[in-house]
Design a protein around this ligand. Structure first.
Ligand SMILES: O=C(O)CCC(=O)C(=O)O
Ligand SMILES: [Mn+2]
Length: 225
């Protein structure tokens, strides 16, 4: 099994790779989306992808739609500081304790973004035909207008936004090892999705670091990793 030491975490400074201006806001109004591009080199990203594939307690996602339980091809996992419960698509999940590698990635994302997170939802898309439908991450368990950090590994995929009222669309491609930040009122005004594609055959893993609201943490036992 591959073990990544914290000292391997690189500061991103490869002049060969394109740099992204993380101050640029991809949304024209009603929110803030910043793309940092890769925040680690490609070798480190590939190591993390392998470790995450092997170590995460992946499970098929379940959604309750119009009273029917549906199982997705995509797999998911939910980790956090405590055994937080998180409800979306009418299903409740309980967070597992952080793995060492997830804690390294959380620390690195917090360092780069300047934001703090207490939990992480992971998605594994085995190939391009697996995606995620239009939604916003505004469940009541989440801190209102809290920042969400999206870290991607593996196949490059398109990520799209659609304004809830005007239906204006914005899309960008998320590279391996890259960080995307969604901030402020973004979730109130914009939906996002990962469109399925017939052009991608390799897997992709996405981690969204989130902040579960303080009151949801009350009475929840701390868990150790
Ligand atoms: O896979 C992605 O890039 C996005 C995942 C997502 O939107 C979510 O987990 O809520
Ligand atoms: Mn989302």
């Amino acid at each position: 099994m591959i073990k990544i030491e914290p000292s391997n975490l690189p500061l991103w400074s490869d002049p060969e790779e394109p740099q992204h201006d993380c101050r640029y806001n991809y949304l024209p109004y009603d929110g803030e989306v910043n793309y940092f591009g890769p925040i680690m080199d490609a070798v480190t990203a590939a190591l993390y992808e392998q470790v995450l594939l092997e170590q995460i307690a992946w499970q098929h996602d379940q959604a309750l739609i119009f009273g029917r339980a549906l199982t997705t091809k995509r797999k998911v996992a939910w980790y956090g500081d405590r055994a937080f419960s998180y409800t979306y698509s009418n299903m409740t999940k309980t967070a597992l304790p952080w793995t060492a590698e997830l804690l390294q990635l959380k620390a690195w994302v917090e360092c780069v973004s300047g934001e703090q997170f207490n939990s992480c939802l992971l998605n594994l898309y085995h190939r391009g035909e697996e995606g995620m439908a239009w939604h916003s991450d505004a469940e009541r368990d989440l801190k209102k207008n809290g920042a969400i950090a999206s870290l991607s590994f593996g196949a490059e995929r398109v990520f799209a936004f659609k304004h809830k009222r005007t239906h204006e669309k914005v899309q960008l491609e998320l590279a391996t090892g890259s960080l995307l930040m969604m901030k402020g009122i973004t979730q109130s005004h914009w939906l996002h999705r990962l469109p399925p594609t017939k052009k991608v055959f390799a897997p992709r893993i996405n981690l969204t670091f989130r902040m579960i609201e303080a009151q949801s943490a009350e009475g929840v036992e701390p868990i150790s990793s």
